[in-house]
Design a protein around this ligand. Structure first.
Ligand SMILES: Cc1ncc(COP(=O)(O)O)c(C=O)c1O
Length: 505
């Protein structure tokens, strides 16, 4: 800063306040802009005051004129000064500074909407992010071929033209749509063409979009009970009237169809969430028939059917739907890894235009470079190879886990069905409240999930939902031993009477 001062400026523009550090990291232009802005905001420089010309100020503080021009330009762009009468710059008359207040009844924020409250009002299950332990539905991330993936990704990024880097293909990258369509036709018995595949940010975002697109407040949804809590939350937030479709080891109870219209049926027929059961053909055909009679949509959520222990994969219900009422939803969260956030839905042609537009507005679409990498991963055979490898691995791990559970936990827990999927639901043999038990177990960070949370009707069944796929023999031994210690010390003395609680959703 120049030390000599012009009388003219010192009267109105306090140059002391324009201290600049010529050695510092911040540019001179930014320092001058910040200093002037501060003087304006503190009203040291009064509204209407004419600033010195850029030439004059540059001379006084000994910087280049361009530096002052740039600082003035920034102040003008942000609305602190304005240029009037040719080239003169004046301070703008800003409203008085806004007052910050402690939140009180009268100045509380508008808060969230009623729909928002329905959406966030449910209890969130929290898991330890550092440690999978027995967390349900968790694949073995260590088996994922990251080297191959990285190679495919960098190849794609290197040779790709503009199409992957622009606002294109909000319904999905055609190459990935084709790859998924081929896979679904060949291995899941789904009837589809590539353009019916909509790529979403996980299956959850497909469910979110569908619940907003298909449901009005008061519409009836018939959904499995027990059933997928995160789907129920979305349907409830859309204002739906949710009716239970009971599921047990006896199958899906399709006798008690709700009276009146049903707008949407939600089901996980190939791997029931959470019980792991598979819907038999007779029930699939009956469910489709009910949907036709009630003029309802069906969401078939096929989230975890690739890992079937005995027998071949059961083809999707969608393949038997001759009236195109089924929207098939799938995900790569279990076959690759959850954080990849790629899922998809197969939509009936009748909904093509609406779903495609809704995708644009919802912003649920997935990064195109990521989609391109996945398309190559499937197209080059790596997906099929990874599935074969993990099927073998998970089958061994499941057997080991079940044997250990039988040995160490058999007095307390009994598996409900362990045929399909990468999690197993167990039922308590004693009167133990699972929510209390899971709370009691929290410090051990085993990531257990209470079975009763999936039930909407009373009384819920109590037990634990546990994953096994991410654990080798040593970790399985460790976690099962910890659980056995916990249950041994807990039951039956601490078990108490099981409350007739309402499940969360
Ligand atoms: C039944 C069911 N549907 C959908 C999802 C969500 O899948 P994504 O992780 O792809 O959103 C899950 C997650 O476990 C699930 O259990």
């Amino acid at each position: 800063m120049k030390n000599e001062r012009s009388n003219f400026y010192s009267a109105e523009l306090p140059l002391d306040a324009l201290t600049i550090d010529r050695e510092g990291g911040e540019s001179l232009q930014r320092q001058i802009y910040l200093a002037l802005r501060s003087l304006i905001l503190r009203r040291v420089l009064q509204p209407g005051l004419k600033l010195p010309s850029t030439r004059e100020l540059a001379k006084v503080i000994d910087v280049s004129r361009n530096t002052i021009v740039a600082a003035y330009d920034q102040l003008s762009t942000e609305g602190y000064v304005e240029t009037r009468q040719g080239a003169s710059t004046y301070i703008v008359d800003l409203p008085p500074p806004l007052e910050a207040k402690e939140p009180q009844a009268e100045n509380r924020s508008p808060g969230i909407s009623k729909t928002g409250k329905l959406l966030v009002g449910s209890q969130i299950m929290s898991f330890d992010p550092q440690n999978c332990a027995l967390r349900p539905s968790t694949p073995d991330v260590a088996s994922f071929p990251f080297k191959t993936w990285n190679r495919l990704q960098s190849n794609r990024l290197r040779r790709q033209g503009a199409e992957l880097f622009n606002y294109n293909f909000h319904g999905g990258l055609p190459a990935l749509q084709a790859a998924i369509s081929n896979y679904l036709q060949a291995y899941r018995g789904v009837r589809c063409e590539p353009d019916q595949i909509i790529i979403t940010s996980g299956a959850q975002s497909a469910l979110d979009l569908l619940s907003r697109l298909l449901l009005d407040p008061g519409d009836r949804v018939w959904m499995e009970d027990p059933g997928y809590v995160n789907a129920a939350v979305l349907f409830a937030a859309a204002g739906a009237d949710i009716k239970p479709l009971p599921v047990s080891e006896k199958g899906w109870d399709l006798e008690d169809v709700p009276d009146g219209p049903i707008r949407l049926i939600y089901s996980t027929p190939s791997c029931q969430q959470p019980l792991g059961l598979t819907m038999l053909m007779e029930q699939r055909l009956r469910l489709l028939d009910i949907a036709y009679r009630k003029n309802a949509w069906i969401i078939e959520d096929d989230f975890d059917s690739e890992y079937r222990i005995s027998g071949k994969a059961v083809p999707a219900m969608q393949g038997h739907d001759v009236q195109n009422r089924t929207i098939y939803v799938g995900t790569f969260a279990k076959t690759l890894f959850p954080a990849i956030r790629i899922g998809f839905m197969v939509i009936p042609r009748e909904l093509s235009v609406e779903v495609s537009r809704a995708m644009l507005y919802s912003g649920h679409h997935v990064s195109l470079p990521l989609q391109a990498t996945l398309a190559d991963f499937i197209g080059d055979g790596h997906f099929a190879r990874h599935l074969r490898r993990t099927r073998r691995l998970y089958s061994e791990r499941r057997d080991y886990f079940l044997d250990l559970c039988r040995d160490r936990l058999g007095d307390w827990l009994e598996p409900i069905c362990a045929n399909v999927g990468i999690q197993i639901a167990f039922q308590f043999r004693q009167e133990i409240c699972d929510v209390d038990f899971v709370r009691h177990a929290t410090p051990r960070r085993l990531n257990l999930m209470a079975l009763s949370r999936f039930f909407r009707s009373e009384p819920p069944r109590h037990g634990l939902l546990m994953g096994y796929a991410a654990n080798d023999e040593r970790s399985t031994q460790k976690y099962v031993a910890e659980l056995s210690d916990l249950i041994g010390g807990y039951s039956p003395a601490n078990a108490g009477k099981r409350p007739q609680q309402k499940s969360v959703s």
